[in-house]
Ligand binder design. Sequence first.
Ligand code: GUN
Length: 294
Amino acid sequence: MPAAIIDGKALAKDLRAEIAKRVEALAGRGVVPALAVILVGDDPASVSYVSGKEKACAEAGMRSIERRLSADAAEAELLSLVEAFNRDPEIHGILVQLPLPKHISERKVVAAIAPEKDVDGFTPVNVGRLVLGEDCYPPCTPHGIVKLIGRAGVKLDGADVVVVGRSNIVGKPLANLLLQKSANATVTVCHTGTRDLAAHVRRADIVVACAGRPGLVSADMIKPGACVIDVGVNRVEAPDAPKGFRLVGDVDFEAAAKVAGSITPVPGGVGPMTITMLLDNTVTAAERTLGVRN
Ligand code: GUN
């Protein structure tokens, strides 16, 4: 039987309707949740992500404020912009789109974001809270993945989850999220130093591919019936496609769908959920300013 397709777009739509209701309730109290988005340079993928985030904010009745800096902007200019947004009481969330140009310290810039406005969940304070199992802003992509697994009807409690990739944005925070008692999974993180990737993936009830390498996870690695979450968004040349490229994940989708129990498509799987969880965190930040949430 072919795998069930886990429809991230449909789940995102349902969750965004709930978020829009929370936005309405805030509007009744004179608060419009606002997200400040900072983009440095004009990397096409980043430009596309940022415009997706802004469009989603508008659709949910939220405000987004975009500031674009040129690729050669000084680190100090970016830091002072972050600090201005930190001080602005009408801004509830701040997002600095990553990656940043090489001459700017990502570490310094991320650490400059006020923890209470860190809706990406990237600051050291937030990461520390996540690792300790304390209240925090859950990082958006990992949080979206947990929701997608739930939507697929797959139990995390006691499951063997193999995460392929150890980035600070997805792999590491996801592993921490899955380790929480509330998820209760057994987590293995594979990376470029892993000796036998296939052997690990073959044991997995749930595989999350987040390495950024097209075709890294092949069908022969997947345990029949496993849940496969594909976080990869890779551009591959496709002369016959209108834009000259196609987006593919890290999983060989066509072949994997014949083995897996459920699988996310690319696009239309994880991507819409990342944006949805960003809206969720931003609304939570706004609610916290009114004391309607802790
Ligand atoms: N670059 C790739 N993914 C993300 C994300 O979720 N947030 C930010 N700020 N930058 C990214």
